[in-house]
Design a protein around this ligand. Structure first.
Ligand code: NAP
Length: 312
């Protein structure tokens, strides 16, 4: 079984935060003989050309995937089905086709039916990101020490999975293999729900604007600012996440609402012990995330670096 992460020709469809970060890291690590990319708009393609990171920028998805050994769709989840249909006839037999979408069940549902039997389909989700988007947002260290989850459908070639795993490891990631449905449930609570809460709290504050006006901005360091950072994420990407991970998100939202009601009750009836216990447990969760190397204990680190980890 081959574990070499080297591909002759890597095609990246979409060059935003994730596509741009893959290109930068793959270039740095010498993982591809050639990197070819495309994006939907002429504006993005022109900017990618200017950046000079990839070897070739082409106008169409079909042109990009021609002769590519590895094709990665780095576009919103809702766009992956139509693009799979568009590129299907142009894929090289034996190529690995992957994606980076934040939802996996819908990706398999929407892409698999279009793809020819001659290619290997290995969906992936790098659990790494920032609230930035577009061709300038990417950076080569984005994936270092972050998890990348692969969700190959049953029967996928083990060699293809091993090659993609080696590629992501060479980009700096730890790799986990998971069933697509399980992925969607886990990410619903760890990523999707926190974004929904952030969008909602920012919207609630905006509704209060007339009363509080500049106070919302002025005192935002009290916690609100962190929500506004999360809520600054790309609206199309997040619209597609919620439309395509509906059941898991609704399940987690139901549990969250029940727990919130319990908190509301504890506050109403002055149940200090209940509040204290819950806050203590939450603090322990934060500590274990830091111990697992998934964040830094430095206070308020986003303020000084514009959201990127130091040194990137
Ligand atoms: P991004 O910075 O907004 O870039 C998106 C790219 O997709 C752009 O090049 C855009 O082209 C292209 N695109 C948009 N709509 C398209 C369409 N209908 N057809 C073809 N191309 C289209 O987004 P991103 O943050 O890199 O996210 C890309 C994917 O990564 C999403 O599926 C997301 O779920 C996943 N992901 C994101 C994060 C994160 O934190 N951002 C983390 C992990 C995974 P133009 O520039 O020409 O419009």
């Amino acid at each position: 079984m081959s574990t070499t992460p080297h591909f002759q020709r890597v095609a990246l469809i979409g060059f935003g935060l994730i596509g741009g970060s893959i290109a930068r890291a793959a270039k740095l690590q010498g993982l591809a003989g050639e990197i070819v990319t495309t994006a939907r708009s002429e504006k993005t393609r022109a900017r990618v050309l200017e950046l000079g990171i990839v070897d070739q920028v082409v106008a169409t998805n079909a042109e990009a995937v021609k002769d590519a050994d590895l094709v990665i769709l780095c576009i919103p989840v809702g766009a992956c089905g139509p693009v799979a249909q568009e590129i299907a006839a142009h894929l090289k037999p034996g190529a690995i086709v992957s994606d980076v979408g934040s939802v996996k069940g819908a990706i398999v549902r929407d892409m698999a039916p279009h793809l020819p039997k001659t290619i290997h389909f290995v969906p992936a989700h790098p659990v790494a990101g920032t609230e930035q988007s577009g061709p300038d947002a990417g950076f080569s260290t984005l994936f270092i020490e972050r998890w990348c989850i692969l969700t190959p459908p049953k029967g996928t070639s083990e060699e293809a999975v091993a090659r993609l795993r080696a590629f992501w490891m060479a980009l700096g990631s730890n790799v986990e293999i998971m069933d697509a449905q399980h992925h969607d449930l886990v990410l619903a609570i760890t990523s999707h729900l926190p974004h929904l809460i952030a969008y909602n709290i920012v919207a609630t504050a905006a509704d209060l604007e007339e009363v509080t006006n500049s106070e919302v901005i002025k005192y935002s360091a009290g916690g609100f600012r962190d929500f506004t950072r999360i809520a600054a994420s790309d609206p199309i990407m997040w619209r597609d996440v919620f439309l395509n991970n509906k059941e898991a998100v609704l399940e987690m939202l139901g549990r969250f609402t029940e727990d919130l009601t319990a908190l509301q009750r504890a506050i109403r009836f002055g149940e200090g012990a209940t509040l204290h216990q819950l806050f203590t447990e939450a603090r322990a969760t934060r500590r274990s995330i830091i111990e697992a190397g998934q964040d830094t204990a430095a206070p308020d680190f986003g303020r000084h670096t514009g959201g990127k980890p130091p040194g990137t």
